[in-house]
Design a protein around this ligand. Structure first.
Ligand SMILES: [Zn+2]
Length: 256
């Protein structure tokens, strides 16, 4: 796809959601057709953090199913061992969104205001140069934020910021600077591994949630967050992710 067209689609997507979120519940029902290109009632957002080398495999998988991802990067970590190289960012993420994750991945709420701003705004400027695209969203590192961090994110040009608290539903965010995702990828299986049996339960719950999203007949936004390093080199885990992507891609109701 033409990269300019892809970028435009992402922009339309975000602005449409900001518009919808500002409407009343009744108005939202009548505005469904304005939501996503093609008048689709469902949208899928895959939000991935940290910029590890495994993002290369994730992008390949997303591209296979014509899905788009949002990649939250730490500009000062790029070119370090196990992280992506700056030189590859522009090409790798063509058609995807590059987004702020702070320059160095600290817990932002523990920092003085000037450092919070430097971590957020500095990352935005660096990523815009590296990625060659406008950067206006973020994910708080460690999901760590407070009101001061949110205010600084806003005045640093962030239009949305994802947190890690999950909704386990498909509602639109009521606060885009404290955007709660629907779920972590695979629930918390593998990420907070306890034992195989528990992982299987969490994975099953994740698959059920994906099925609920695809089966829902109301306005639905499915935001899944995670990290490509969680799959690492495990083909079995990548297959689990591919199962999800394949189902989403096969649904004609989803704008992804
Ligand atoms: Zn992170």
């Amino acid at each position: 796809m033409n990269p300019f067209k892809s970028a435009l689609k992402i922009t339309v997507f975000t602005f449409a959601m900001l518009f919808i979120a500002s409407l009343s519940a009744t108005a939202q029902k009548t505005a469904i057709k304005l939501l996503f290109p093609g008048g689709k009632t469902k949208a899928f957002v895959f939000s991935s953090d940290d910029g590890p080398v495994h993002d290369r495999r994730l992008v390949t998988l997303l591209n296979t199913y014509h899905l788009k991802g949002t990649f939250h990067l730490n500009s000062n970590k790029l070119n370090s061992p196990n992280y992506l190289q700056k030189e590859e960012i522009k090409n790798l993420f063509k058609g995807h969104e590059v987004s702020v994750h702070s320059m160095n991945h600290p817990g932002l709420s523990g920092l003085p205001p000037a450092e919070i701003r430097s971590e957020i705004f500095g990352d935005k400027l660096a990523l815009e140069k590296i990625a060659g695209q406008s950067v206006r969203g973020m994910a708080y590192p460690f999901g760590n934020f407070n009101d001061e961090v949110v205010e600084i994110a806003k005045t640093s040009g962030m239009e949305y910021a994802r947190i890690v608290e999950e909704t386990r539903n498909f509602s639109l965010p009521n606060d885009f600077l404290r955007w709660k995702p629907s779920t972590h990828q695979f629930g918390k299986a593998y990420y907070e591994a306890k034992n195989t049996e528990n992982d299987q339960k969490e994975l099953a719950a994740f698959n059920n949630l994906t099925a609920d999203f695809l089966g829902s007949d109301t306005l639905a936004l499915y935001t899944v967050w995670g990290h490509s390093w969680e799959m690492g080199d495990s083909n079995a885990k990548w297959n689990d992710l591919e199962t999800c992507f394949k189902q989403i891609a096969n649904s004609k109701a989803v704008c992804a």
